[in-house]
Write a protein that binds this ligand. Structure first.
Ligand code: GLN
Length: 317
């Protein structure tokens, strides 16, 4: 379904205003010291329609930020494309109901992560990237991203990477726990790969462009080439819908109703299947680690355009 451009532009500017109104309620993440350099006052949005040559943007849509947990979507897409459902031999597909970095279930469930979008699961996915070093593995991921969006630059923010490398003890604990149970092989390499993956940078504009294949059954609408087979794309969207915003995912499903993935840098990618890829960047986070402006903007946009996947046409009786 296509949108009339003027209508979409008006909806994006109202969503941007809704995001700006909400951002006072959040705070920038500081547990990775380098992320604390961001301003709680930044906010940008990019909305890319499947049939449009470029995104409609507002605010800080061209400001670079590290993907953090939004990277989990692309690492999983890459690994699913290579290994298929074998990824799920040792990683579940159930929502955790816990915080993104929680360790509690790992003990109960013998080191098997609940899903690939919490930190433990994403560290286990990182281990499946090809290559013998974190650099080599993330090079592969960057090549994949450039294949999807050849005009995009996706450099690693080395300062963010080093900042998490120095302080990521909790993630190393998750990796070591999984190593103990034989779920992963090399805990140090898996966590370093994961830190490097989280430091890959995008802008809201480039992230929306990157997400288009997810709104189009796995096929990039610009090049026409298949990025991920349709059945794996469906799996990825199902996981984003049920696990993408951690222990706020139910509330997000009610408020917005789109498959989405958030990151602690303040990025958020949401997919309106068959219609739009939407990216927001607002570093002020709510209590569960999700961008407050991003969620508010998406709620506004989804409401105005009827984007929720749970919206239905009612048949006249
Ligand atoms: N690199 C961050 C971490 O592992 C990513 C978490 C997130 O974005 N939710 O803590």
């Amino acid at each position: 379904m296509s949108f009339d451009r003027a209508g979409l532009e008006a909806a994006v500017s109202r969503a941007y205003a809704a995001g700006r109104d909400a951002m006072g309620a959040g705070a920038v993440a500081t547990y990775i010291p380098e992320l604390a350099r961001a301003s709680a006052d930044w906010f940008g949005i990019a909305v890319h329609a499947l049939d449009a040559p470029e995104a409609i943007v507002a605010g800080d849509a061209d400001r670079a930020f590290s993907l953090q947990s939004v990277s989990k979507v692309f690492a999983l897409a890459y690994v699913l494309g290579r290994d298929g459902d074998a990824v799920f031999d040792r990683i579940g597909v159930e929502p955790s109901g816990d915080a993104f970095h929680s360790i509690v279930r790992l003990e109960e469930e013998h080191g098997q992560p609940r899903n690939p979008l919490i930190n433990a699961g994403a560290i286990a996915v990182s281990e499946r990237l090809p290559g013998d070093s974190a650099e080599a593995r993330i090079d592969h991921l960057q090549v994949f991203l450039r294949r999807v969006h050849p005009d995009g630059a996706f450099p690693v923010d080395e300062a963010v990477f080093v900042s998490e490398l120095r302080t990521g003890f909790r993630n190393r604990a998750l990796a070591n726990y999984m190593r103990h149970y034989g779920v992963i092989g090399d805990a140090a390499l898996a966590s370093e790969t994961y830190f490097r993956q989280c430091a890959v940078t995008v802008t809201a504009r480039s992230l929306a462009r990157l997400g288009l294949f997810l709104a189009n059954g796995g096929r990039d609408p610009v090049s026409g080439s298949e990025v991920l087979p349709a059945r794996h794309t469906r799996t990825l969207l199902a996981l984003m819908t049920t696990c993408g915003l951690y222990d706020e995912v139910g509330r997000f499903a009610v408020r917005v109703g789109l498959p989405a993935k958030s990151g602690v840098s303040g990025g958020l990618l949401a997919i309106a299947p068959g219609r739009l890829a939407i990216a927001t960047y607002g570093p002020a986070l709510g209590a569960k680690g999700n961008s407050v402006a991003g969620v508010a903007a998406l709620e506004c946009l989804a409401g105005e355009l009827g984007l929720s996947i749970f919206d239905q046409e009612t048949t006249p009786t």
